[in-house]
Ligand binder design. Structure first.
Ligand SMILES: [Zn+2]
Length: 421
């Protein structure tokens, strides 16, 4: 019996493997990254039971047991002869979609916006899309180029605050240094430019190792580049992470400009880009008190084809329910995307020190962390503060930050005018 007889491509089955190596047994979240699955993997049915099917994946030799009821509940869709806008195959089937989308994108030869400029000025770039951003790679923000400010200067000086908020708006990140490493300070930082976005995790969340984690963030595992809460609609657009204590070893943060990476994907692999912008993926999170689910493309474009949002989270991504051929095509595009995001040139590595507060655009910048040394079970009470990484995070929204930035600029403009007049 071949994999096709089960009705799913091998890569789909492998990515949805339910075994305890592939899913965290406690949180139920997926651990297997698409890039860890060999390209061109196959599957063989070993034994067929009444309620379950045992399979082996090649060339890994990894084995898994799927329940028949689960497979039936996640059956793929039947092919639609003319699904509008969806690429027909891997070889550039979606070109018309993405070419239409490219009109007006900087660097394309297609016509630029024909909107009428207001009062003779240049048309304003949409600050939420790639045209309003400065795209970066790791080398662009290394060392002193990292947008950062001292917390006390940020509070005292409007110019420092403006520069900091502008960095979040245009680069997607900024770091405040010297924010007292005390609980709840992350909320105070958010309140300087907007409003805390409360969620089922609370007004803030603690990122540290806990005994019974509902989320992998609360373990010491490595976490690949991702955006937070893609299962929420609307998604929180800003995230803050405040370091109270750093780990002795590991626990470094990695940041990737998803717009820069998506722009590179569009250039290097337009067919994959077209598939990702046209394919909704479902994300889901459930625990005792919450059940959240949302479906969006991994790369979102505006109606005129500009990159405007990135969503990616392997842990909470749900099984695709497309027709067989489209599922394979989508997986190929997903693999290309995750591989590209994993390139070192895109990954800015930061080691947050106690007192550092990172602010970033959760619709653009993906964050990651390396594994770290978890506090050992036999460490005595006095070793409490040794090696126990502790961050506090909260969400906020970027419209509030853009508003605070605009008000600061309006005030400065008024003050400048007063000085001149
Ligand atoms: Zn497995």
């Amino acid at each position: 019996v071949t994999a096709s007889a089960l009705g799913f491509p091998a890569v789909w089955l492998r990515h949805n493997c339910p075994c305890s190596d592939c899913r965290d047994p406690v949180t139920g979240q997926r651990l297997t990254e698409i890039t860890a699955i060999p390209n061109g993997c196959g599957v063989t049915v070993i034994t067929e039971g009444a309620d379950s099917v045992a399979v082996e994946f090649t060339p890994e030799g990894h084995r898994a047991v799927f329940r028949r009821a689960w497979l039936a509940a996640h059956a793929l869709a039947q092919p639609q002869p003319s699904a509008p806008g969806f690429p027909a195959g891997a070889a550039g089937g979606g070109r018309s979609t993405w070419l239409a989308g490219l009109a007006g994108v900087p660097g394309s030869s297609a016509a630029v916006s024909d909107s009428v400029p207001e009062s003779g000025s240049e048309p304003e770039a949409d600050p939420r899309t790639e045209e309003g951003k400065q795209l970066w790679r790791a080398a662009d923000l290394g060392g002193d180029a990292l947008p950062s400010a001292d917390w006390s200067a940020y509070l005292a000086d409007d110019a420092v605050r403006e520069a900091c908020l502008d960095a979040v708006a245009t680069l997607g990140i900024a770091v405040l240094r010297g924010v007292d490493p005390e609980p709840d300070m992350v909320l105070r930082v958010a309140e300087t430019f907007g409003y805390v976005r409360e969620t089922n995790y609370g007004r803030l969340f603690d990122v540290r190792v806990v005994a019974d984690p509902a989320n992998l963030a609360f373990t010491s595992r490595e976490i690949a580049p991702h955006t937070d809460n893609p299962y929420r609609d609307p998604v929180p657009t800003l995230q803050l992470l405040h370091c109270l204590r750093s780990a002795d070893i590991g626990g470094d943060s990695g940041l990737v400009d998803g717009f820069a990476a998506a722009s590179e994907l569009r250039r290097a692999d337009p067919a994959a880009f077209a598939v990702l912008t046209a394919t909704p993926w479902r994300f889901r999170y459930a625990d005792e008190t919450a059940e959240l689910s949302a479906s969006q493309p991994l790369i979102s474009l505006t109606a005129d084809g500009r990159i405007t949002a990135i969503r990616l989270n392997n842990r909470s991504m749900q099984p695709l329910r497309l027709p067989y051929a489209q599922t394979e095509t989508a997986y190929g595009a997903y693999r290309a995307w995750v591989s590209l995001l994993g390139r070192p040139e895109f990954r800015l590595t930061l080691r947050l020190a106690p007192g550092d507060c990172l602010i970033f655009d959760n619709t653009r910048v993906l964050h990651a962390r390396t594994a770290f040394a978890a506090p050992s079970a036999d460490s005595g009470p006095e070793s409490d503060s040794v090696g126990e990484r502790h961050l506090q995070g909260c969400y906020a929204d970027i419209d509030g930050l853009l508003s605070a930035l605009a008000v600061l600029r309006r005030r400065k403009h008024r003050d400048d005018a007063r000085e001149v007049g």
